[in-house]
Design a protein around this ligand. Structure first.
Ligand SMILES: [Zn+2]
Length: 297
């Protein structure tokens, strides 16, 4: 199932609604469908629950169930085929036949609570949201400029700042910020989907941090191997020149351990000494050995 369908399932399952909000939601659902006028009134959707909700809303208004078709392409279309039914629906939402539904008639949004409900219906009819694993993208795709202008204003009242663009003859109100998409989904009652986005974000973040840490540690290991090779070379030089036996006892012991354990860390070498020594103590002694080797001639 697509992420969009999961969100729409969640929205459809928020069934307990006040009468005012149900009216506002069905208005959004019908208005933002493919067409909403006296000559044509229909919705095309990939989401079966949305198609059923559209059909049931129309039936409640007209007393007649509209034609619901499930095409092989996986899309559902619901069409109000009789003109008298279309006129009943328009009248129900206070839209005159000549006005056609290209604006939002605010008289259908009676209370403060109805704005979000209207948006629920609009989302079901015309929005898509990409799975957060892929990218962060939520689009409302509308057929008319004035309708999308009205939608932008309504969103602003809900403190949703949107951007609009034109794409393939449609007007697209889009969001690319994950925080904004989470906020919208919460507002629409799709809490689980909002949480899923947060979850994916956390996983991505942890994975990035682990990768950075692994890279950092690999670089450190490379550095310590290089250092050990340099130390061993210095010790061989001291042996070759006969100066090794002249080294102070504590340096000779460490130099021998280093030769025998080229892959050991400084901490490990420290614990092998007859009197154990800290990491930084080992570091300083090895540096002394190297500088004696380099300064001998
Ligand atoms: Zn309401």
């Amino acid at each position: 199932m697509s992420f969009t369908s999961a969100v729409k399932d969640e929205i459809c399952s928020t069934a307990d609604m006040q009468t005012c909000c149900y009216h506002a939601m069905t208005y959004g659902l019908l208005l933002c469908g493919r067409s909403f006028g006296s000559t044509s009134m229909m919705l095309v959707t990939e989401h079966e629950g949305t198609a059923k909700m559209y059909a049931s809303a129309v039936e409640k208004i007209t007393g007649r169930a509209p034609v619901l078709k499930g095409a092989e392409s996986g899309k559902f279309s619901v069409s109000v085929t009789k003109k008298e039914d279309r006129l009943k629906v328009l009248e129900h939402f206070g839209v005159s036949e000549r006005m056609v539904g290209v604006r939002i008639n605010r008289s259908n949004l009676a209370e403060e609570c109805c704005l979000a409900s209207f948006l629920k219906g609009a989302f079901l009819a015309c929005a898509t949201v990409t799975h957060p694993q892929k990218s962060y993208q939520l689009d409302f795709i509308l057929p008319f400029l004035h309708l999308s202008d009205d939608m932008l204003k309504l969103m602003q009242e809900l403190e949703i700042n949107a951007k609009m663009t034109k794409r393939k003859g449609s007007y697209v109100i889009y969001f690319k910020s994950s925080e904004m998409i989470e906020d919208i989904l919460m507002l629409l009652g799709a809490q689980s989907s909002a949480l899923e986005i947060m979850q994916v974000k956390i996983e991505k973040d942890v994975r990035n941090r682990i990768n950075r840490k692994v890279n950092f540690e690999t670089a450190n290991i490379d550095r310590s191997v290089d250092a050990a090779m340099g130390q061993i070379e210095a010790i061989r030089k001291l042996r070759a020149s006969g100066k090794f036996d002249g080294l102070p006892e504590e340096l000779r012991e460490l130099a021998t351990l280093r030769e025998e354990n080229p892959e050991s860390s400084l901490k490990e070498l420290g614990s092998m000494l007859s009197v154990s020594l800290s990491r930084s103590g080992v570091y300083h002694r090895l540096n002394r050995i190297v500088s004696i080797a380099n300064s001998e001639d």
